[in-house]
Design a protein around this ligand. Structure first.
Ligand SMILES: [Zn+2]
Length: 174
């Protein structure tokens, strides 16, 4: 029961992730960059076109939509799903921050703050670059990216932190 309540809460709270992901992959990295569409446990997967892959050889998650190379290994999949969870956390913060903003600005302020939460990962990249000079392009040094790499990095007996964590949890962590 609690699982379904959580799932419904998550679906509502993370609405900006569906809208933001759809807008991004329709107008920024539009259909000229991707082809095949498939569903993968709560996320929409788009495979890059060959010409785009040569220019952008990365997987990219925006909200619940992930653009990826033709070769999409399990490790990379786990990495992108960590970014999805990070975006979910931003949306949850967005609801709280939007609620506070609505005290002054009403529903429009709530909608603007909550809706913008899909953009908040950008601020992490900026702060990593400005505050810590983390990496020439900021992104790789951001705590979001470091977390995704650290959780999926295989070490010790060949398991990543995420795999160990899953083995000892109820398995709902995807
Ligand atoms: Zn990443």
């Amino acid at each position: 029961m609690l699982f379904y309540i959580r799932a419904c809460l998550l679906a509502v709270v993370t609405l900006p992730m569906w809208i933001g992901g759809a807008l991004f992959f329709l107008f920024v990295f539009g259909p000229w960059t991707w082809k095949k569409i498939r569903w993968d446990r709560g996320a929409i997967m788009l495979q890059w076109r060959a010409w785009w892959l040569r220019r952008w050889p990365y997987a990219t998650a925006v909200g619940y939509v992930v653009g990826h190379p033709a070769v999409y290994c399990e490790k990379l999949r786990q990495h992108e799903r960590i970014h999805i969870r990070q975006h979910q956390d931003s949306c949850f913060s967005g609801v709280i921050a939007g609620g506070l903003a609505s005290i002054w600005g009403g529903w429009p302020a709530f909608a603007i703050v909550w809706g913008s939460s899909i953009l908040w990962p950008i601020f992490d990249i900026v702060s990593a670059a400005v505050l810590r000079n983390a990496h020439p392009n900021g992104y790789r040094g951001s705590e979001r990216e470091r977390s995704a790499y650290a959780q999926t990095w295989h070490y010790g007996k060949g398991q990543s932190w995420l795999e160990r964590h899953r083995a000892s949890s109820d398995g709902r962590v995807t």
